[in-house]
Design a binder for this molecule. Structure first.
Ligand code: ADP
Length: 373
């Protein structure tokens, strides 16, 4: 299997647009890496530079330690799966799967064996005679994945492969792709804007914004140890709540609430930010409604605006005189809309950010240390 090195990779498009800035990453053999970020942040551009479909404006890309910038897509030994499936519409599933091998001049009996085993892995055995239009979206995407794995390459690249599928199919295909990755062991880079896909599939996630890598880490790391407000807000659903304000005597004062941060982090940190604008962050799932009041928690009061029952949990939208937040609570203790609510945030679940740089203030949130495996 292949290991990949991206060293100071940049993309400047011919129109002058600088789409990717100084992308650095070492990808281990067999790793499943996910690039995640909002639309337009440079994920596909980076993937296409790795595939050899876009030239690299600056920086170096290495496969197994060997410079590959000048190599064409075929020489790189990569297979790519696109969102649009890109199947040949007039060819059967069998021919779609076989086509790449036919072009390579592989013997017919070898092709037949490989097509049959690939179809078996993907549950396509009964559909080999069908045309793409006679398949469901999920089946078409399986054929597209099949065309990639049949080539037995060492590097898989997938660009939003599940975005044309409905929610249920996405969940199924998600675990199938993970399974296929386990079986093939191919080094895989997967692009998505969906943080749930990133969290459930990745060995490591690369979070991108505006062409810059924000953070690289395991799903666990990104959730418990985000480096800045963007990552904190992007990973997790519903997103982390932020309350912004000036720190005075270790407190942020809102209209009807005082957030006392003394005790949240070392006194030296609190003192360092005295008089400065900070963002106080907490995850919707970190709050307690009942039994939360104690000296190691922050209590806030607001009015319940909306209650969304989702089955396994309930999202409660709270308004605190114009400052809004979402709480994820046990459905059995859901409050009613238009009533007052008091909730508690344990000190260990509080994240503090420097409002100016949007970076996390070191030494806040003790969750990671506590949960370290
Ligand atoms: P993502 O995959 O994260 O949605 P892309 O990598 O497709 O983002 O695009 C990154 C940025 O580069 C976007 O602002 C996009 O408009 C721009 N871009 C993409 N392709 C080109 C191109 N051929 N010429 C100029 N700009 C481009």
């Amino acid at each position: 299997m292949a290991y990949l090195t991206l060293r100071g990779i940049n993309k400047i498009y011919p129109n002058g647009y600088h789409a990717v800035h100084d992308f650095n990453l070492e990808i281990e053999k067999g790793e499943f890496i996910v690039f995640v970020g909002s639309s337009g942040c440079g994920k596909s551009t980076t993937l296409r530079m790795i595939a050899g479909l876009e030239n690299i404006s600056k920086g170096e890309f290495l496969i197994n330690g060997v410079r590959a910038n000048e190599k064409g897509p075929r020489e790189r030994g990569v297979a790519m799966v696109f969102q649009s499936y890109a199947l040949y519409p007039h060819m059967t599933v069998y021919d779609n799967l076989a086509f790449g091998l036919m072009l390579q001049g592989v013997d017919d009996d070898v092709i037949e064996k490989r097509v049959n085993s690939t179809a078996a892995i993907l549950g396509l055995t009964d559909y080999l005679d069908r045309l793409p239009r006679e398949l469901s979206g999920g089946q078409r995407q399986r054929v597209a994945v099949g065309r990639a794995i049949i080539r037995k390459v060492e590097i898989f690249l997938m660009d939003e492969p599940l975005s044309n599928l409905d929610a249920k199919q996405r969940v199924t295909m998600r675990s199938e792709i993970t399974q296929i990755h386990r079986e093939t062991g191919a080094t895989t880079i997967y692009v998505t804007h969906d943080q749930t896909e990133a969290m459930t599939m990745a060995d490591r996630i690369v979070v991108m914004k505006d062409g810059y890598v924000q953070q690289v880490g395991t799903p666990y790391d990104l959730y418990f140890n985000p480096v800045n407000m963007f990552v904190a807000g992007f990973i997790g659903e519903p997103p982390m709540n932020f309350i912004e304000g000036r720190l005075e005597k270790g407190r942020i004062t809102l209209k009807n609430n005082v957030i006392d941060l003394n005790g949240v982090a070392d006194q030296s940190i609190i003192e360092k930010y005295e008089g400065q604008e900070v963002a106080f962050g907490f995850r919707p799932e970190a709050v307690k409604i009942a039994d939360g009041a104690n000296e190691n928690s922050i209590s806030l009061t607001g009015i319940v605006e909306l209650v969304e029952l989702l089955g396994d949990n309930t999202n409660v939208y709270v308004d605190m005189h114009g400052v809004n937040c979402i709480l994820k609570v046990d459905p059995h203790i859901s409050p009613d809309a238009d009533t007052a609510i008091t909730f508690y945030i344990p000190h260990e679940s509080v994240y503090l950010f420097d409002k100016q740089t949007e970076k996390r203030i070191k030494g806040t949130s003790k969750l990671k240390e506590k949960n370290q495996k």
